[in-house]
Design a protein around this ligand. Sequence first.
Ligand code: UDP
Length: 370
Amino acid sequence: MTVLVTGGAGFIGGHTVLALLDRGETPVVLDDLSTGTRAAVPAGVPLHVGDVGDAALVSHLIREYHIEGILHFAAKIGVPGLAADPLDYHMANARKTRALLQAAVRADVKHFIFSSTAAVYGNPDVVPIPETATPKPVSPYARSKLMSEQMLADAGMASGLRYVALRYFNVAGADPKGRHGQSIPGATRLIKVALEAALGRRSHMSIYGFDYPTPDGTCVRDYIHVSDLAEAHLVALDHLRCGGASRVLNCGYGRGYSVKEVVHAARMVAGTEFEVRHAPRRAGDMASAVVNTDNLSGLGWKPELNDLPTMIEHAYRWEQGLAASGPLRQLRLRLLDHTAKAGDARRPRSTKPIPHEATDLRRTQSGPQT
Ligand code: UDP
């Protein structure tokens, strides 16, 4: 069956495209390539470079491909510690999700999977956090995601659309077969930062805060392997296809690791003692963020990559591949995307997928193959 994957050229969306292909489905990708790369979209998968908030384009794609379900990943992601314009989040996330939803409802699309965030819980009273916890988002990003969830609920009540909103925190790892991983420059996420330090691409890394009320004083997070998370999206889709009711579900392993534990594991995997400095707390960090995932497990989700060293090992192999691919290839990749975007600006409403230029180039740039 054909599904539309918005943000399918990004990190989580890209892994979900792979998972869909691996089980014989037909994904179509809509992505503006603002943070995604065309290298993330496998050959043969139609890639439409465009805006998820362009309802006319989305309507056209739904008709052209007989779209049965939408998996919506495209979003402006939260960047910790950086002051961004809050209204950008509402524009990129809430407003565009509204346009996408409207197109979906009008075209009678039945199934919608939404990539939400466990940040909607804010600073919860109970950890591991159950889905019944009252959302108290503390950032514009989290609020924009919660608003999107609320629009989904309203749209679902007023139409035949059923949905699953998946809430998760810290997504890590890379495709075990080496087909995809995290490629965007200027990483802020802990595991990527640690591995960049391990590979000498940073002189050192910093741990933000040693005085949290946690066992070793550093923050605790529920890291989930991106391929297990992709599978969770498929489980959610199957649930809807089998007639299941709309749900809001946490994703994670229900097990937390501290920053110190992650750094230790990264040193073990990489086999190197990169420099780690102590830094003050980072604004907005919560002490502990672990979710209860019983409800998702109840739908049949069985994680297979749920241990920290495996997650870090896969991410490390991907980072090694990026390092080996060298700056020249990275530059060519960016130029390729820039060319596509410029072409797209001249052609505001794409009716044909942008062809995959230079397949061999994409292969060399998409990271390590195992
Ligand atoms: N962190 C850190 N050093 C870094 C990046 C992150 O100490 O270079 C900490 C951060 O303060 C938080 C945890 O690692 O406690 C996870 O942060 P990340 O940005 O990976 O994800 P978040 O939990 O903020 O979504």
